[in-house]
Design a protein. Structure first.
Length: 201
């Protein structure tokens, strides 16, 4: 089965759109998705992207996401709390989830809670709400997320994204072919399914 690697960061505004859209699109195309949360912050710094300092761009970003959500029939209440995920706790929990096989529902529930309920990502309080919704015990998962194994896996996933040439979130990869941004999701799936026009050239 064709496979698509989905690299995304908890706290990435555009990743919300992809997190909610990717499963149905991939299933329809017969493409398997490997969900790969990573830490985009060092990659952005390495590429001199300082989004927090670009107020006009940030204002555009939230309006653009609102428009794209409406275009794709996705819910949007208001711009979420941002920046968020201060200590990478949501991401480290995602490493536990990836190890145990529940990273997809955890990611979907996290982004929905962030966007639609106004919960900040990466706080113990928010995770006390989110984790039971995906059938997980917060005390157990948070203890695992505090360990070195989760931190190391997050570093490894970030390094994997770096080696592929990723510089933002979301990023989709088919082998070493990269597609950046939610607006490239359909194109990435077409590439994975070998239905992209450029593959015929």
């Amino acid at each position: 089965m064709a496979r698509l690697d989905f690299f995304y960061f908890f706290g990435s505004g555009y990743a919300y759109l992809s997190v909610l859209r990717i499963a149905a699109l991939a299933e329809e195309a017969g493409v398997a998705v490997r969900w790969r949360p990573f830490n985009v912050r060092p990659l952005m710094r390495e590429n001199n992207v300082m989004l927090r300092d670009e107020a006009q761009k940030v204002r555009y970003l939230w309006r653009d996401i609102e428009r794209r959500a409406a275009f794709h029939g996705l819910p949007f209440v208001k711009p979420p709390i941002w920046p968020t995920e201060p200590d990478l706790l949501a991401s480290r929990v995602a490493m536990v989830a990836a190890e145990e096989g529940w990273v997809e529902p955890y990611s979907v529930e996290s982004f929905r809670a962030w966007y639609l309920e106004g919960l900040p990502l990466g706080t113990a309080e928010s995770l006390q709400t989110i984790l039971p919704r995906v059938g997980q015990d917060p005390a157990r998962v948070l203890a695992l997320a505090a360990g070195s194994k989760a931190a190391t896996r997050l570093e490894d996933e970030t390094e994997a994204a770096r080696k592929l040439g990723a510089f933002g979130s979301p990023t989709f990869a088919v082998g070493d072919e990269l597609f950046w941004g939610d607006d490239r999701l359909e194109e990435a799936i077409a590439w994975a399914a070998r239905r992209h026009p450029a593959q015929a050239r």
